[in-house]
Design a protein around this ligand. Structure first.
Ligand SMILES: [Zn+2]
Length: 311
C-alpha cells in the first residue's frame, strides 16, 4: 500500500519483512531444528504484552533471546517466520511475562509500541498477539465442547474428541471517512469518549453482508447519513482482540445528521478550516495512536495532522 506514503509514514502494524513460511508449520522435525538453531530468536507473549527495551539511541526493541534461553514449553510456541537473513522467529505463549531480564526491560502492548518498534519487530508482535488472543479464547471445541490442543506451530487448534480443526479467527470491521458534496468530513464522538475526541465512524461487518453494505448500514445507523460510492483505501490488522480494519472513503448523498445516541453521542461535518480551527482552539483533540482512523482523516486533510499538545 503506497497511498499513505505521500502524506505520512507507512501505516502502523502493516509492515512486511518476515516470510511466514507457512509450509513449515506442520513439519515437527523442521520446527525442532529451527527452534534449537543458535541464530533463532524467541520472545514471550502474555496477555497481549511483550517485553521491550529502549536502547541508548532511544529506539525501542523487542527483548528476544536464543531458544536455549527461553522457557521450555513446546506446546505453546508459535512459529512466526524467517527474515531475509535466514533468522527464524518464534513467540512463546506464557501465563505471565518473565521477570525483568535487565534494568531496561518493561512490558508493553501493541497500542503503546506498535508504532515504535522496527517494522520487522512490529510485524512479529502483531502476529504473535493476534495468535495469542485467538488461542486464549478458543480453548474448547466449538463443535463438541472438548478441550482443544495447539497444533501447526500455533496456527491451528485441534479437537482430540471429534477431530475438528479450528483456525484463527479474524473479524472484519469497516472504518470510513465520510465526505459530503462540499468535501467536508463527518466525524463522530462515541458515547464513552471524552469531550472533544472525534474520529471516523466504524463498525463490524454482519453475517451475510458485503463490506460495502456494511459501510452504508453503519453510517446510516450511527449518524443517519446516506452513503453512495464507497472506495476501499487500505486495511490494518487490529488484534484487539481479533479485528481486521478495512478502511474506506465513503461519499455521502445526504447531509442531515441524526446520531443513534447509543454508539455515537455527537457527529459533525468539518471542513478542513473547521478542523484546523478546532484543533487550534482545543475544541477537538487531534487523533493520536497507530489506528488507521488517523490516517484516513489525514489523507482527506492533505497533510499531517497536529500531534496532541502541538495544535
Ligand atoms: Zn470437538
Amino acid at each position: 500500500m503506497t497511498r499513505f506514503d505521500a502524506t505520512s509514514q507507512p501505516l502502523a502494524l502493516t509492515f512486511e519483512g518476515v516470510d511466514r513460511a507457512a509450509h513449515h508449520r506442520m513439519d515437527e522435525a523442521w520446527l525442532a531444528a529451527a527452534w534449537s538453531h543458535p541464530s533463532t530468536r524467541v520472545f514471550v507473549v502474555s496477555g497481549g504484552q511483550v517485553l521491550v527495551e529502549d536502547g541508548p539511541d532511544g529506539r525501542t526493541s523487542l527483548v528476544m533471546t536464543p531458544a536455549f534461553d527461553a522457557p521450555e514449553t513446546e506446546t505453546h510456541r508459535y512459529f512466526l517466520g524467517i527474515d531475509p537473513d535466514g533468522v527464524r522467529y518464534f513467540a512463546l505463549q506464557k501465563d505471565t511475562l518473565p521477570g525483568r531480564m535487565d534494568e531496561e526491560a518493561r512490558p508493553a502492548g501493541l497500542r503503546e509500541v506498535g508504532g515504535l518498534l522496527s517494522p520487522l519487530e512490529a510485524g512479529l508482535m502483531v502476529h504473535a498477539v493476534a495468535l495469542e488472543n485467538w488461542q486464549r479464547m478458543h480453548r474448547f471445541c466449538s463443535r463438541c465442547g472438548e478441550r482443544t490442543v495447539i497444533a501447526a506451530a500455533g496456527h491451528i487448534r485441534r479437537c482430540p474428541a471429534c477431530g475438528a480443526e479450528h483456525y484463527p479467527r479474524t473479524d472484519p470491521a469497516v472504518i470510513m471517512l465520510v465526505t459530503d458534496d462540499k468535501d467536508r468530513a463527518l466525524l463522530g464522538r462515541q458515547v464513552h469518549w471524552p469531550e472533544g475526541r472525534f474520529s471516523t465512524l466504524a463498525g463490524f461487518v454482519e453475517p451475510g453482508e458485503s463490506i460495502e453494505q456494511s459501510v452504508r448500514r453503519e453510517v446510516l445507523e450511527e449518524a443517519g447519513v446516506v452513503i453512495g460510492d464507497v472506495e476501499y483505501v487500505a486495511s490494518q490488522p487490529w488484534p484487539f482482540p481479533s479485528s481486521l480494519m478495512l478502511g474506506f472513503n465513503a461519499q455521502a448523498t445526504s447531509s442531515e445528521i441524526t446520531v443513534d445516541g447509543e454508539e455515537i453521542h455527537e457527529a459533525r461535518w468539518f471542513s478542513r478550516d473547521d478542523l484546523r480551527a478546532a484543533f487550534e482552539s482545543g475544541e477537538v483533540l487531534p487523533p493520536f495512536g497507530i489506528s488507521i482512523a488517523a490516517r484516513l482523516i489525514e489523507l482527506w486533510y492533505g497533510k499531517p495532522l497536529p500531534r496532541p499538545g502541538t495544535a
